[in-house]
Design a protein around this ligand. Structure first.
Ligand SMILES: Cc1cc2nc3c(=O)[nH]c(=O)nc-3n(C[C@H](O)[C@H](O)[C@H](O)COP(=O)(O)OP(=O)(O)OC[C@H]3O[C@@H](n4cnc5c(N)ncnc54)[C@H](O)[C@@H]3O)c2cc1C
Length: 474
């Protein structure tokens, strides 16, 4: 019997890959994860009578393979899946706006002088850039060129700096192009003037969600993997990855206090690229280790606040765009599924980004709750007097930071990984992407199909990287 395919990480990407392999091939599959639950960032946990996710985790419904896989998991009881359309708002200048920002609503609600200024700046900026060609070098250039300084700062600039804890001039314009794609001010103006225009939405609007939290999707996927012969080792520490020449031979792990050497025919990694490089050991050239050290992340602090009322809002989540807010986003998960909350109560989750070990990361739970309470006082509909309890969770290194030149570093690291003929790296972490769960599952399924063949086709693997690693030119 050939050695198994070893998959690092039982998040959406790793589980989907394992599922495809156990269903479509005879290959033996071992999934390993350091966490004690499956689902990665899409997992859920219990707190008192509530089931909570790590921030909003609605699965974007795009009608294709990943959605079909998720639906097929609940064929025997489709009512376990809830469907809906996003209800999302932004808080800006102490006012609540629909998200994505609609220019008609914005111009009506902003002070008229501010609206006039935005329009004038936009016209002048557009004219200027039509005449003078200035290279776009960073996120700020990109935003100012498209929206003019005031609208850029209010709608993206300040928020971007708040989330990434980084000056926008240090962030790559490629991040802007990826995140704010589809937003066209011209389109919005045309709509406003009633001369056509189509407002394209930057994010997917339809979602599916499990009645009992996002994590149930991955628990069920994992159960199917196990039922079909896949082995899942949770709470497993990876010690090193052992290789010879251009092949990885085994993964050394510690599981339940016992050291094990897991031989592998192929290795699929969904863990963060810098960690993969570290585990590959000293044989990795210095230039690659240096490049990996330049791939940075922000960490996340979640403050969950319980209220003894049925609902605070009807939003799924809302963004706090103004600098005055410490937190970035607030989610009312009950609006995705009321079954995740104790009757008569609701929980708002407040997200705050920071750097691992910085001043915010080190704040006490009590101080973080006070910070959240302070934000609440600026949001008129949050009844701070009905708070009954709170919980704080800290999640290290969750959001990839697209610093300028990040793509050159990622390219170098990926190039090294690809020198190994039996190693692939996939998923959000594995490719240093900003993607969603749908994309992670899609990547897992695609790579599972490639590896299900007796001899995986290198051309198919190259095509896979070309498809997903868009930040590498060409
Ligand atoms: C706050 C927040 C909100 C989000 N909201 C949404 C949303 O509404 N909709 C949506 O579709 N997506 C959302 N996402 C994105 C989504 O969570 C990710 O796209 C998805 O989880 C990526 O899946 P993955 O399998 O690639 O990585 P992960 O989910 O990160 O899984 C990686 C797995 O690898 C394991 N691992 C890591 N290092 C090691 C190691 N050294 N040893 C062993 N195991 C290891 C981890 O424990 C984890 O289980 C959100 C993300 C965040 C942070």
């Amino acid at each position: 019997m050939p050695d198994p395919v070893v998959i690092l990480g039982a998040g959406p990407a790793g589980l989907a890959c394992a599922h495809r392999l156990v269903k479509d091939s005879e290959k033996k599959v071992i999934l390993i994860d350091k966490a004690r639950v499956v689902g990665g960032a899409g997992a859920s946990f219990r707190w008192k009578g509530h089931i909570l996710d790590y921030g909003p985790h609605a699965f974007h419904a795009r009608g294709d393979e990943p959605e079909k896989l998720v639906r097929s998991l609940f064929d025997s009881d489709p009512t376990l899946l809830i469907e809906g359309h996003k209800r999302v708002h932004v808080y800006l200048k102490r006012k609540r706006f629909r998200y994505p920002l609609q220019v008609r609503e914005a111009l009506l609600k902003f002070n008229p002088l501010l609206s006039l200024r935005i329009m004038l700046e936009f016209s002048v900026t557009s004219l200027f850039h039509a005449i003078v060609s200035i290279p776009i070098e960073n996120f700020e250039n990109w935003g100012r060129k498209r929206f003019g300084p005031t609208l850029y700062r209010m709608s993206f600039g300040d928020y971007t700096e708040k989330v990434w804890k980084t000056k926008a001039v240090q962030i790559s314009e490629k991040f802007a192009a990826e995140k704010i794609q589809g937003f066209s001010f011209i389109n919005l103006l045309k709509k406003l003037l009633r001369i056509g225009g189509q407002v394209t939405e930057p994010y997917y609007q339809s979602w599916i969600y499990h009645r009992f939290g996002s994590g149930q999707i991955y628990e069920t996927l994992a159960a199917e993997v196990s039922a079909s012969g896949g082995q899942i080792l949770l709470g497993c520490d990876i010690r090193s990855i052992e290789s010879e020449g251009r092949r990885v031979l085994s993964v050394a792990v510690e599981h339940n206090g016992t050291a094990q050497r897991l031989k592998c025919s192929s290795l699929v990694s969904t863990i963060a690229l810098p960690q993969l490089v570290e585990l590959m050991g000293d044989a990795t050239p210095f230039s690659v280790r240096h490049a990996a050290s330049k791939l940075s992340y922000t960490s996340l602090i979640m403050v969950y606040i319980e209220f003894d009322i049925d609902a605070v809002s009807d939003d799924h989540w809302f963004y706090l765009l103004d600098r005055q807010f410490a937190f970035n986003r607030v989610t009312e998960q009950k609006n995705l599924s009321r079954f995740t909350m104790e009757a008569g109560k609701t929980v708002l989750s407040f997200e705050l980004t920071c750097r691992l070990g910085d001043e915010l990361w080190c704040l006490s739970d009590q101080d973080l709750v006070e910070l959240a309470r302070r934000d609440c006082t600026h949001i008129h509909f949050i009844p701070s007097d009905r708070i009954t309890d709170f919980l704080v969770k800290r999640v290290p290194n969750v959001y990839e930071i697209y610093y300028k030149n990040f793509d050159q570093y990622a390219d170098l690291v990926l190039g090294r990984v690809r020198e190994f003929e039996n190693v692939v790296t996939i998923g959000r972490r594995g490719l240093f992407l900003q993607g969603d769960m749908h994309q992670a599952v899609e990547m897992g399924l695609a790579m599972g199909s490639i590896l299900a063949r007796e001899t995986p086709d290198p051309a198919a693997i190259s095509q896979f990287y070309r498809r997903y690693v868009k930040y590498i030119d060409g």
